[in-house]
Structures are given as structure tokens and as C-alpha cells.
Ligand binder design. Structure first.
Ligand code: PGA
Length: 263
């Protein structure tokens, strides 16, 4: 696992954005897996800046978001489709028909989940999947004990996730939807590159566990240990409990130049 430790949130976001930019430059019709939550907001801001100031072109890019709340009203600002429009899609030149965010409605949800998996396959699979990590170690909404073979499906949110996400719902836990459609761990593991971001002291414990602890479905982010190309970009605070912190810094600062250029 490649672990990059940035000075702070802004540097973390810039490193992540450069990885995404390089992916798009290498393959203009890249299939990107996208994430929501507080963590990637700085990355999306920087991508928008690159589009506006440097002409980063999204016209051939295809996107699939990880998850969506079920039952959330269509016009709710925390509906992930709306979050993505305001933070990214409305500010770049992506084709509307290239955007995929899971459904927010219960009707035909099982058929939807199968359709979503099929669309990812038809697009040729995800080239680069952006991920955050929840306080319980989840990736997407794959809560503890989610099977590592799981596919896109309905999940019930863990109470710790509802508590953590209440900040986006006026701190009212009763307003946070209890259910979501989420890509499975198995779906995520099929992406060619995984790029997980974490920042802040609150994430330090769970970050150390998923990177240095055992592979366990109790912490679904630990499934990254099974992936051929996982990149984790942290800020100093979220990296503070890592035993191998100095090693990771040493490896990154000694990365062969040619290899860095190819990344
Ligand atoms: P956050 O959420 O980016 O808002 O911390 C991450 C997650 O729950 O996956």
C-alpha cells in the first residue's frame, strides 16, 4: 500500500487532485469512481480550478459515485447527486449522460443495483476510485461485517455513521436517512487504482487500524490491503497514530524520479 503523508488538508487535496489529473491526461476517457462527504471537497475545488485555469478536460470522462441515501428528497442539498452537482459537475465540462449516482428512491431498487453494476462493466470498469473512510472504518457505506465480495446493494447505516453525518443535517440525527444504496466492497476492489483520503485527528485511530492492522470485515477499509494498487493520502493529523509513519515518509521522499513521473 502506498501511504502519502501530506502536511495538511490543502496539501492532501492537491496530491489527490494531481493523481486524478494524471489519470485523465493518461486516458482522457477515464472512468472515475467518486466519493462524497467532507473529505473530498478540497479535491473537487482543486479539480474545478484545474478545469478553469489549466483546461483540464472532462468531456470524455465517465463517473460513478459510490453511494446515495435512500428516501432523501430529490431537491435535498445532501442528496449526493446534488452535492456532486454543486461541488463538481456543474463547474466542469462533463457530459450529463456520463454521470452516474445511485438512486435515492426505493422503487425497483434491486433492479437498479444490478443495472448500476452492469453500467460499470459496460464502461470497461473503474480506472480510479476515490474513497473516504468513516469513523467505523467503512468505505462507501460498507458498514462493519460487510462481505468483501459484496456488490451494489441496500445497506442500513451504522449508528456511528448516522451520528457522524448529522453535521450535514443541522446536527439532527433523526433527519439522517437510515438506508443507502452503496457499491459493495467487491465492486470497489475491482477498480484499477484506489485512492483513499483521510484527514483530521478524529480519523487517526481508524486509519492506523486499516493500514497496519489485520484484514477484517469489521473495518471494510482494510480490504485495501488486498488490492493491487491502493494509494492512501493522509494529512499529518490522521497519520499521527501510524507506527510506520516515518517509514512511509522515507519511502515517498525516496521514490525513484522516473517512477514518480509515470504515476
Ligand atoms: P467524511 O466521510 O469525508 O465526511 O469524513 C467519510 C465517509 O463516511 O466515508
Amino acid at each position: 500500500m502506498e501511504v502519502v503523508i501530506a502536511k495538511n488538508y490543502d496539501e492532501m487535496s492537491k496530491i489527490a487532485t494531481n493523481i486524478i489529473r494524471d489519470q485523465i491526461l493518461k486516458k482522457p476517457n477515464s472512468v472515475l469512481g467518486l466519493a462524497t462527504g467532507g473529505t473530498p471537497v478540497g479535491t473537487y475545488k482543486e479539480l474545478v480550478r484545474m478545469h478553469k485555469q489549466e483546461g483540464l478536460d472532462f468531456s470524455k470522462v465517465i463517473t460513478f459515485n459510490l453511494d446515495e441515501y435512500l428516501g432523501i428528497p430529490d431537491d435535498h442539498p445532501e442528496r449526493y447527486m446534488n452535492f456532486m452537482k454543486s461541488n463538481l459537475f456543474n463547474q466542469i465540462n462533463i457530459r450529463p449522460d456520463a454521470i452516474h449516482v445511485p438512486t435515492n428512491i426505493w422503487e425497483h431498487v434491486e433492479e437498479f443495483c444490478q443495472w448500476y453494476e452492469d453500467e460499470i462493466d459496460k464502461a470497461g470498469g473503474i480506472d480510479l476510485q476515490l474513497l473516504g473512510i468513516g469513523p467505523d472504518g467503512h468505505i462507501a457505506f460498507n458498514e462493519p461485517t460487510s462481505s468483501f465480495a459484496s456488490r451494489t446493494r441496500v445497506k442500513t447505516l451504522d449508528e456511528s455513521t448516522i451520528k457522524a453525518n448529522a453535521r450535514f443535517f443541522n446536527n439532527d440525527e433523526s433527519k439522517v436517512p437510515k438506508y443507502a444504496v452503496t457499491m459493495g466492497v467487491g465492486t470497489i476492489l475491482e477498480a484499477k487504482t484506489l485512492l483513499l483520503l483521510a484527514n483530521g485527528k478524529k480519523k487517526a485511530g481508524i486509519v492506523a487500524q486499516f493500514i497496519e492492522g489485520p484484514i477484517t470485515s469489521m473495518i471494510t477499509a482494510s480490504a485495501l490491503q488486498l488490492h493491487p494498487k491502493p494509494i492512501v493520502v493522509l494529512d499529518e493529523d490522521s497519520a499521527s497514530d501510524l507506527k510506520l509513519k516515518d517509514y512511509f515518509k522515507w519511502v515517498y521522499s525516496n521514490k525513484p524520479k522516473k517512477y514518480l513521473e509515470e504515476q
